[in-house]
Design a protein around this ligand. Structure first.
Ligand SMILES: Cc1cc2nc3c(=O)[nH]c(=O)nc-3n(C[C@H](O)[C@H](O)[C@H](O)COP(=O)(O)OP(=O)(O)OC[C@H]3O[C@@H](n4cnc5c(N)ncnc54)[C@H](O)[C@@H]3O)c2cc1C
Length: 529
């Protein structure tokens, strides 16, 4: 059994921001399931939004966030997050050494993105997340109070309720991938910073680690989950058979890129006054609808009217990646399709990152703080991770340990190593495909009902398999993915309207009856196990 003050699960912007601040008053162990930098953070391109230009205002950033969130953001949370924003971004630079692009006058160069009424996105060329991850990881590695364990995957949370106590968490069982042993980590506070759920869908911009483990573990441990129906589909993922999950950043449209059909016709003017710069959900649905109408495989992003030298200078990584597939954006249109990108829902927390399970925190994409409502404003998520990581770290100081006197080690039972790995690949593929087809950009009651029936069957197979065989990373991810798919389906079934990222063709309009969060708890939602 390993003991620490604070156990952090995940090493993206949220987990690292928490860890670096919490290390000022305690020992921190970060368990992260693959290489430390492997995270959604590392792939973020566009940037981090904050009011950094004197001509911009906090009120405008707050209003843009509320407008895009379509009536169900928590205004108090929006306000505090956006007010904390400028300091959080400056801290990334001054304290951790993140190098954002500067303008000729030495001030931070600010980009504009969809839904923003001003230029307010700090960036490092088109690899902002990589730069943030680099800086934070370097700081964490140098901090004597932080132990960073790569290839350590959390399996489940340690629950005091299982020892006859109240709903409280005192650590986690963690699989060491090198030894295949499950170890017991006990902590005063446990922080879920496990990121998003993109891998629940067949097409996603997220890396493989984004299998929604945190939401699944939290739900099993009794934490309330909310708004899982609001999955953001990024409208522009590179469409090429060999390009796995490569995002074409919104910043390209911010700089003047225009969406077109194969025929060369523009179409966004038929969907929104902001045309190609409309909010993401509008653009994703417009592309989905045009592709269904025309039968084309993809749409195109045209940058060819812009200065070629500027394109290479401003978007070096996207340019290089496109060139590796023979697409020169200076002279050719970029083929794109929508793909699952961001989860607005997650584990419900208050404005300090606290869940309803005592001593369990959730920060970053895994959490539902109330910032995003029904749709996330571009570049607000890196901001949320860093603001709430810091806030949670301040709150855990002095937290009382809640743990049993004897902690039971992980019980592997009679399970033997599996020789039927095909069951995992088959179910994994089925879950992701059914979510794409039935619970994707456009939903209907019938599709959701089909999805519910299928996921229940798949989960019963996984359950049987889980208890019969020794756990592996793939099996754990599949089990989590299937549970979270079920939570998404259930949330989507309960919202009988269309709002923000949730579009149900049977109820195409907003209905004020549903101007609230969808909440699922153990006992009032799918079977947790
Ligand atoms: C391609 C792409 C581009 C994006 N661009 C932007 C952008 O420009 N601006 C913006 O604001 N947002 C952007 N986003 C969204 C943003 O990157 C994420 O929302 C944000 O980085 C999430 O940070 P996080 O710390 O919560 O999670 P992550 O950065 O995803 O980190 C999660 C961590 O948890 C670990 N983990 C997962 N499960 C377990 C487990 N069971 N045990 C242990 N560890 C686990 C992972 O390995 C990882 O280290 C983008 C996302 C993608 C995918």
């Amino acid at each position: 059994m390993i003991e620490t003050d604070y156990l952090v699960l995940g090493s993206g912007i949220a987990g690292l921001s928490f860890a670096l601040h919490a290390a000022e008053h305690g020992k921190v162990v970060i368990a992260t399931k693959r290489a430390a930098e492997e995270s959604n953070t590392n792939y973020a391109q566009g940037g981090i939004a904050a009011v950094l230009d004197p001509a911009d205002t906090l009120a405008a950033h707050i209003q843009d966030t509320l407008t895009v969130g379509e009536g169900i953001c928590h205004p108090d949370v929006v306000e505090l997050c956006i007010k904390d924003g400028p300091e959080a971004v400056r801290e990334l630079m001054s304290r951790y050494g993140a190098r954002f692009d500067l303008a000729a006058d030495g001030k931070i160069d600010l980009a504009r993105e969809g839904g923003h009424s001003a230029r307010r996105v700090a960036h490092a060329k088109d690899t902002t997340g990589h730069e943030i991850e680099r800086a934070l990881l370097e700081a964490a590695r140098q901090n004597p109070n932080i132990t960073l364990l790569a290839d350590h995957m959390a399996v489940d949370l340690l629950q005091l309720a299982k020892y006859g106590g109240p709903d409280a968490c005192f650590g986690a069982y963690v699989l060491d991938r090198a030894t295949s042993e499950v170890e017991t980590y006990v902590a005063r506070a446990t922080v879920l910073a496990t990121g998003g759920a993109g891998k629940v869908y067949l097409y996603t911009t997220n890396p493989d680690v984004a299998s929604a483990d945190g939401v699944a573990m939290a739900y099993r441990a009794g934490a309330a989950i909310s708004n899982m129906e609001f999955i953001q589909f990024h409208p522009t993922c590179l469409y090429h058979p060999q390009a796995k999950s490569f995002l074409i950043s919104e910043a390209l449209r911010g700089e003047g890129g225009v969406l077109k059909l194969r025929s060369g016709e523009t179409f966004m003017e038929r969907y929104h006054a902001m045309k190609s710069l409309a909010p993401r959900d509008v653009v994703a649905r417009a592309i989905d609808s045009e592709l269904k109408r025309t039968g084309d495989d993809c749409a195109f992003l045209d940058m060819t009217h812009l200065d070629p030298a500027f394109l290479v200078e401003r978007f070096p990584a996207i340019h290089a990646r496109c060139m590796s597939f023979g697409i020169d954006m200076r002279t050719m249109q970029i083929p794109i399709v929508p793909a699952a990108h961001y989860s607005c829902g997650g584990v419900i927390t208050d404005d300090l990152g606290r869940t309803n399970v005592r001593n369990l925190y959730a920060v970053g994409e895994v959490a539902m703080t109330g910032l995003h409502g029904a749709c996330r404003l571009a570049s607000n998520s890196l901001l949320e991770g860093c603001v709430f990581g810091r806030r949670a770290a301040a709150d855990v100081k002095g937290i009382q340990s809640l743990r049993p006197s004897q902690v039971a080690p992980w019980y592997a039972g009679a399970a033997t190593p599996s020789e039927e790995a095909v069951v995992i690949t088959q179910n994994w593929d089925e879950v992701r495909r059914l979510m794409w087809n039935y619970v994707g950009i456009v939903r209907t009651d019938k599709r959701l009902e089909r999805a519910r029936r299928r996921i229940e069957l798949i989960r019963s197979e996984i359950r049987e398999y889980y208890w019969n065989f020794r756990v592996t990373g793939d099996l754990l991810e599949l089990r989590n993915l299937a549970l979270v798919a079920h939570l998404i389906i259930e949330c989507a079934r309960r919202r009988k309207e269309s709002r923000g990222l949730h579009f149900n063709a049977d109820y195409p309009m907003k209905d004020e009856k549903f101007a609230k969060d969808t909440i699922l708890r153990r006992g009032d939602g799918p079977e947790p196990a």
